[in-house]
Design a protein around this ligand. Structure first.
Ligand code: C5P
Length: 220
């Protein structure tokens, strides 16, 4: 039995990787599994919150009662996120959004040639979804971001909190353990006036604790 204490609370969550097309058969992407975002969606839904899960391509079933929106590219995720952000109380960016996309997607499959051993792809920056949501001036939700770092975890996380205008950032230290695809994780939370460590645990257990922390900060 789970307490339905978050009835009426609306939450949007981005999860998984994005895919940036190179040509009709190839893309650029990353190793995000979507597990953390899906676990957070489940934890909110279990407490009665209304959850929209904006997901890149992952091999996971959506949790029960969650409104899942499937996207492929960063720009598609940006569109769905900007639409959802103003309709929700809380926005959580768990997705590993590709920072760059191919400037000109080839309409035909790029062929390998005998006369050239090199191929250059021009990349251009994708929009920063969570920063755009957090800089909304009307109907801005409470915004929670993630930061996977390999060094200077605390400093980079705090920089991101400021620069992206977030209310809370959840840092995980990639060094020593694989975050991507792993079942376990450790989170170090930072907000304007505080910080807290959620010790190593399964992503499901961490998601539950994280939802509690988010709700307490949101209500303040
Ligand atoms: O700058 P960095 O990619 O490390 O920031 C990570 C945080 O920003 C995550 O919450 C991620 O979902 C979000 N992000 C985003 N759009 C991007 C890049 C990152 O929403 N283009």
């Amino acid at each position: 039995f789970l307490r339905q204490d978050l009835l009426g609370i609306k939450v949007a969550i981005t999860a998984g990787p994005t895919r940036e097309a190179i040509d009709p058969v190839r893309y650029i992407s990353n190793h995000s599994s979507g597990k953390m975002g899906f676990a957070i969606a489940q934890a909110f839904a279990d407490r009665g919150a209304e959850v929209t899960l904006i997901s890149g391509p992952v091999n996971l079933a959506a949790p029960d009662k969650v409104n899942r929106i499937n996207v492929v590219s960063a720009r598609q995720m940006w569109q769905q996120s900007m639409k959802s952000a103003v309709e929700n109380h809380i926005f959580i960016g768990c997705a590993a959004v590709a920072d760059y996309r191919v400037a000109e997607v080839s309409e035909q499959k790029i062929k390998k040639t005998d006369d050239n051993d090199e191929l250059t792809l021009n990349l251009i920056k994708n929009p920063d979804i969570i920063a755009d949501v957090a800089h909304l001036t009307e109907n801005r939700p409470f915004v929670v971001g993630f930061a996977a770092e390999t060094q200077n975890v605390e400093q980079y996380a705090k920089d991101k909190l400021q620069r992206k205008n977030l209310d809370l950032i959840c840092a995980n230290d990639v060094v020593g353990g694989s975050v991507f695809g792993a079942e376990q994780n450790t989170l170090h939370l930072f907000w304007q006036n505080g910080e807290k460590v959620l010790p190593t645990d399964t992503k499901k257990a961490l998601a539950k604790s994280l939802v509690q922390e988010i709700i307490e900060l949101y209500r303040k």
